[in-house]
Design a protein around this ligand. Structure first.
Ligand code: FAD
Length: 598
């Protein structure tokens, strides 16, 4: 019901324009604009709003809200049985032929597929956040009384009307209407690129990188030259948008320039040895160069690969000031110590044990006594790890003994010192032992204060959900055996009651309230945690807590799991069956490495 009143809120990643702001925003703007004039009572506008939000990208904090809203929509779609719902005859636009050309044939099933795609594409393929220094996306609700006059002035007769506004327009103008009937996300995205290219040298958006192709004569002299940054050259056919989209995807990154060249530049393609298009060629700062091998030659694979190059990182959004490139050494400028050797395709027991040590001896130890909900949470936590932790014998034995002790003590209140005494002293005598050293490997940060414990906590819970899914009998006789959400519920309670970062706990709780009830199997539990972790990654990308050497990307990246990624109509989608297989392999006991353990 809330959908019919207001389609966009401040939490969405679009700029909400009003009669009071629209002119001053659009006149002499440093960026181009694509604005949707809509009406909150228009059925199509309602249906189109998830697409528009997806188009506008996942600006920080908006991702969860937008994703939840889409889930809400999906839910409604399912409830309303799409083919019978008049509201979902979505391709019947509210506008007339005059404004948008031919009405398209209603095809509700196609739209259903479209909506279902969005929750997964939101965080990943379409970070227009990164394009917003070139072109921004706005909305104006013509059904609001105080906007009546301004919509009249813009000459808006039908909803939705899409208008483009050039950057640096010196005076008020009503913009150019997009009249095409195809509003699929990929089409509109390509239109945005075309529109940017319609600017002249005089009104080119200030921060927009060049989108025109470079010639052989421009590129060939760069080959073999040293530089203070990478150059990636996308070589493609003339009608391809991949190069321009990758350029825009990377425009907020430093340490790299992306250029495009056309496949018709024979001397270039011969020199680089490229004969299929699009391809990317990478010139390294040290003068070496090579073709860039990605599993699939798609925009998203190129962009993800380039964003993960050492020394390439997002400009910090808070300061806006460019940072020094981090090419000097493995830990960046000013840090001498090298990173420990590790592989990102592995999980490290050292991280899991260090996490358990920190959790037991530091985080929980701030609680003098455990009682009530806290004690119940602690008991459930110990039950779940004692039964599911695929660790060393000495650690598993310690956890099992701790569990027996907790179960045998029908106390309502336990002083935490008693637990510490048991773990630190009494059990050690019998060879049960949990190292009290912090040793981060897969969770090591490039400087102190980054990564470490929270990384290990995510890792631990991913391992536990995978164990619960692979060993159905492991929780027998614990009271949790019938519950496919046992691990997630324990994690949720742990995070709320004990996790030191309260804000994180609040966010996590909001996600759990919204979607945990839908989890019905142990496999769904594995996927739920993966999805939520990615939502958190999306929200935190580019913030101060991001380690520039370990950027927060949507995980697993294509180099880790190429088959997890697909493209449908030019839009990135996850193949969740493959993701599940990958998670079970990655977080499975056989993939946990003992390297660097004390
Ligand atoms: P992490 O996000 O900690 O990930 C650890 C490892 O898990 C990665 O290196 C990768 O190998 C793997 N991984 C990454 N994504 C996935 C995925 N989707 N599925 C499976 N494996 C994956 N910090 C905040 O600033 N604000 C918050 O609101 C916040 N909420 C949090 C909520 C929880 C429950 C937890 C445990 C942590 C939270 N944090 C929050 C901390 C933050 O998420 C990171 O843990 C921290 O910034 C360290 O980041 P990292 O680079 O080590 O990667």
């Amino acid at each position: 019901p809330t959908l019919t009143t207001r389609l966009y809120s401040e939490e969405d990643p679009v700029v909400i324009l009003t009669s009071a702001t629209v002119k001053q925003t659009l006149v002499n703007s440093s960026t181009a604009w694509l604005v949707q004039f809509y009406s909150s009572w228009c059925g199509h506008c309602i249906q189109y709003s998830p697409t528009w939000k997806a188009l506008a990208g996942d600006v920080k904090g908006a991702l969860d809200a937008a994703a939840e809203r889409i889930r809400e929509l999906e839910h409604q779609v399912q409830k309303q049985k799409i083919s019978h719902s008049p509201q979902l005859q979505v391709n019947r636009f509210c506008a007339s032929d005059e404004d948008f050309g031919q009405e398209t044939t209603p095809s509700p099933n196609r739209k259903l597929q479209f909506i279902q795609v969005h929750p997964v594409l939101l965080p990943f393929s379409f970070r227009i956040e990164d394009w917003e220094h070139a072109i921004r996306i706005g909305v104006l609700d013509c059904a609001q009384e105080n906007n009546f006059d301004i919509c009249k002035e813009f000459g808006i007769h039908f909803y939705p009307t899409f208008r483009y506004f050039k950057a640096r327009g010196p005076t008020f103008d009503v913009g150019k209407t997009y009249r095409g009937a195809d509003r699929e996300l990929q089409t509109v995205r390509q239109l945005m690129v075309n529109f940017l290219q319609n600017h002249t040298r005089q009104d080119w958006p200030v921060s927009c990188p060049p989108l025109e192709p470079y010639s052989s004569a421009d590129i060939l002299p760069l080959i073999g030259q040293k530089s203070n940054q990478y150059t990636a050259v996308i070589v493609e056919n003339e009608d391809s948008y991949v190069g321009r989209e990758v350029i825009l995807d990377l425009m907020m990154y430093q340490g790299l320039t992306v250029k495009r060249a056309l496949s018709s530049e024979r001397s270039l393609t011969e020199k680089l040895g490229i004969n299929s298009f699009p391809s990317a060629y990478l010139l390294h700062p040290n003068g070496t160069h090579a073709i860039l091998h990605v599993q699939k030659r798609l925009r998203f694979f190129f962009s993800s690969f380039l964003k993960l190059l050492l020394g390439v990182h997002r400009k910090l959004s808070t300061s806006g000031a460019p940072q020094e490139p981090l090419l000097e050494g493995p830990r960046g400028p000013g840090t001498a110590e090298a990173l420990k050797d590790f592989e990102k395709s592995k999980v490290y027991m050292a991280d899991l044990e260090s996490g358990l040590h920190y959790l037991l001896r530091v985080e929980l130890a701030t609680h003098q006594t455990l009682e009530g909900e806290e004690l119940k949470t602690f008991k459930d936590f110990v039950t779940v790890v004692a039964k599911l932790f695929p660790g060393r014998q000495s650690v598993v034995k310690l956890l099992e003994t701790l569990l027996e002790w907790l179960v045998s003590l029908p106390l309502e209140k336990i002083p935490f010192d008693a637990i510490l005494d048991l773990v630190n002293n009494r059990m050690r005598i019998s060879g049960m032992f949990l190292s009290d050293q912090l040793q981060w490997v897969g969770c090591q940060g490039s400087r102190v204060g980054l990564r470490g414990y929270p990384c290990s906590l995510w890792t631990l819970f991913h391992v536990l959900t995978v164990q619960a899914a692979s060993r159905p009998d492991a929780l027998a006789n614990t009271g949790l055996e019938e519950n496919p959400k046992a691990v997630l519920q324990t994690m949720r309670k742990y995070i709320v009651n004990f996790f030191g970062c309260q804000e994180c706990g609040k966010h996590f709780e909001e996600m759990a309230v919204a979607s945990l009830p839908q989890v019905k199997s142990v496999d769904q539990a594995v996927l739920w945690l993966w999805r939520k972790h990615n939502q958190v990654n999306g929200r935190l990308a580019g913030t101060m807590s991001e380690d520039p050497h370990f950027p927060k990307t949507q995980w697993p990246s294509p180099d880790l799991c190429p088959i997890c990624h697909e493209e449908q109509d030019g839009i990135h989608v996850w193949n969740e069956d493959k993701v599940l297989m990958f998670l079970k392999q990655h977080y499975g006991a056989a993939n946990i490495s003992p390297k660097h353990m004390y």
